[in-house]
Design a protein. Structure first.
Ligand code: SAH
Length: 240
């Protein structure tokens, strides 16, 4: 079962256990069941959930190879996780990591709490709030070895929202696709101001996914100034 996912992971050089496959099956079932009443995803074809949510989320594993010694005790936050992407698929594969799912809307938070419980994802928690606020909370600020985000905002906004969560020397990975030239250029200032170093783009090409995926990887090299991120809404209204 979940042959697309299994094949895609093999391309990425990763094995998946029967227990992990079962977790993904359950997750998909619940996602599509809840989606009938709650707006969680526009993707409703089961095969597409496997590819465009699960496998797509797991492309992040390609960026982790560069910091693999950390994988087991990694603390990871997924900013604007929605129905759990990419955070939950990554947690299923990186069993020992600690996962925080940050999401602003209550209905999605209810779904995430249900899934964590159902899949028995120990070492996982859901935080309801906006990144602009939560990033100033000392429990979360500069506390993560890996910060991930998919489909939340353009990189300039995302850098301001996400880099304050990253601890010194750790990694922020934004999941993107397609041509990024202008978006990267427009984000240069925000990345630098929020404490980011060089931006490295890893292209992931999988036969299972039509478009190339681009993992924008930014190392945290300086402390984020206290004033960042700015008030809710400002990082997207007036990018740095
Ligand atoms: N990452 C998921 C969801 C993308 S939709 C995926 O790729 O499928 C964007 C999600 O981010 C929404 O659920 C929205 O509520 C949340 N979001 C947007 N801005 C946010 C912010 N500033 N803080 C926290 N969550 C945010």
């Amino acid at each position: 079962m979940l042959q697309h996912l299994v094949d895609g992971l093999r391309e990425l050089g990763r094995d998946i256990s029967p227990a992990q496959i079962e977790m993904f099956e359950l997750y998909r079932l619940e996602l599509l069941r809840w989606n009938r009443y709650t707006n969680l995803t526009a993707i409703t074809d089961p095969a597409q959930v496997e590819l465009r949510h699960f496998l797509d989320s797991l492309t992040v594993l390609q960026a982790l190879d560069t910091i693999s010694p950390l994988e087991s005790q990694l603390k990871m936050i997924d900013v604007g996780t929605g129905a759990g992407f990419p955070g939950i698929p990554l947690k299923v594969m990186l069993t020992d990591c600690h996962l925080v799912l940050l999401e602003a809307t209550g209905k999605r938070v209810a779904f995430l709490t249900h899934i964590i419980d159902l899949l028995r994802l120990s070492g996982s928690e859901v935080v309801q709030g906006r990144a602009e606020d939560v990033a100033h909370d000392p429990t979360h600020r500069e506390s993560y070895g890996l910060v991930v985000a998919r489909a939340v905002a353009p990189l300039a906004t995302l850098a301001e929202l996400c880099l304050p969560f990253a601890s010194m020397g750790s990694l922020f990975v934004a999941l993107k696709k397609g041509e990024l030239g202008e978006e990267l250029y427009a984000a240069q200032n925000a990345v630098k101001m929020a404490g980011g170093g060089d931006t490295r783009v890893i292209t992931v090409r999988l036969p299972q996914l039509a478009d190339d995926r681009r993992l924008v990887c930014i190392r945290k090299v300086a402390a984020s100034p206290d004033r960042l991120p700015r008030r809710p809404g400002i990082p997207s209204k007036r990018p740095l």
